[in-house]
Design a protein. Structure first.
Length: 317
């Protein structure tokens, strides 16, 4: 019900604008614009901001759930590869260990002392004889004195005058002999000269070294039977053999043993030539028996079979 003296219209709360400054500034509505700008700077309401932060979580969980099977598959594949690698390494180690064990057993069997076979014994003898010309000293190949039995069964000895330097087979023998030796692969020629007790006879012994016994046998079939050719004599100045040369040789001969051909040539130390001595004189003198005995002793020593050990490591198996 209206009261007298009051207006019937509802009350209006009018916003009072700030008083204007002189000159009309600030303009009307400036306060409203400032309030709106301030609210714009404040951003969206809080409730809206909360909802924006919560939304990504469900999507993240779904991504993780999708990644888990792939990770599990990758881990399983890695386990399988690791197992395969370990298996391969184990196989390699097993094979290597087997090889080492087999080699060790074979080495023990090979190095263990055992009885020599017949073939091994024969090879031992052959190798020992074949190496004597360079494993023995020259004074053992050509001893300083050699005993022999002379005419009338008298024990005599021959004395070594000197040892010649090692030489080629062709240069230390006559041409007819040297060419055959060289053709069959003669390796070298060793020579030394002896005299008897009275220094009446001079004997030069030559040792031709062949590759093996088979080569020596082949040479024997091709050598000449002429006793005027063979090894060349070696004279040493200032000794009883000073006049002993090729013209003074009375006879020549050779004997084979192992891989060696042992030549011998003999003559007089007084310089007598072959032509100066009557043919019937030589068979009845001691010249040729002395030469044969000296050469035979040297050949026997070179070809003498050594004592063969019973086992691969001596005589104890």
């Amino acid at each position: 019900m209206s009261q007298p003296g009051r207006s019937q219209e509802p009350e209006r709360h009018l916003e009072t604008s700030p008083p204007r400054a002189r000159g009309g500034w600030p303009p009307a509505g400036a306060g409203v614009r400032r309030a709106g700008a301030a609210r714009a700077r404040e951003g969206p309401p809080r409730a809206t901001a909360r909802r924006a932060r919560v939304r990504p979580w469900p999507q993240t969980f779904r991504d993780r759930a999708a990644v888990r099977p792939a990770e599990a598959a990758s881990i399983e594949q890695g386990v399988r590869l690791r197992a395969l690698f370990l298996l391969l390494v184990g196989m390699i180690l097993a094979i290597a260990a087997t090889d080492v064990l087999t080699g060790a057993v074979g080495l023990l069997r090979e190095t263990a002392s055992r009885p020599l076979t017949e073939a091994e014994k024969a090879r031992y003898v052959q190798e020992d004889i074949a190496g004597r010309w360079h494993t023995w000293p020259a004074t053992l190949v050509f001893p300083s004195e050699l005993e022999y039995i002379g005419l009338g069964r008298v024990q005599l000895y021959a004395r070594r005058v000197g040892i010649a330097p090692e030489t080629a087979c062709r240069s230390g023998t006559d041409a007819a002999v040297g060419s055959v030796l060289e053709e069959h692969g003669c390796r070298t020629l060793l020579r030394a000269t002896y005299v008897d007790q009275t220094s009446t006879f001079a004997v030069t012994v030559g040792v031709a070294v062949m590759e093996d016994a088979e080569r020596r046998q082949a040479v024997a079939g091709d050598l000449s039977n002429d006793d005027r050719v063979g090894v060349r004599p070696v004279a040493f100045r200032g000794t009883a053999t000073e006049l002993f040369g090729a013209a003074q040789r009375q006879r020549n001969a050779w004997v084979g043993v192992g891989p060696y051909i042992v030549f011998s040539t003999a003559g007089y130390t007084d310089g007598r030539t072959r032509q100066a001595v009557a043919p019937e004189e030589i068979p009845h003198s001691e010249l040729w028996p002395t030469a044969q005995a000296v050469a035979g002793r040297i050949a026997h020593a070179l070809g003498d079979e050594p004592a063969v050990p019973r086992c691969t490591q001596g005589n104890v198996c």
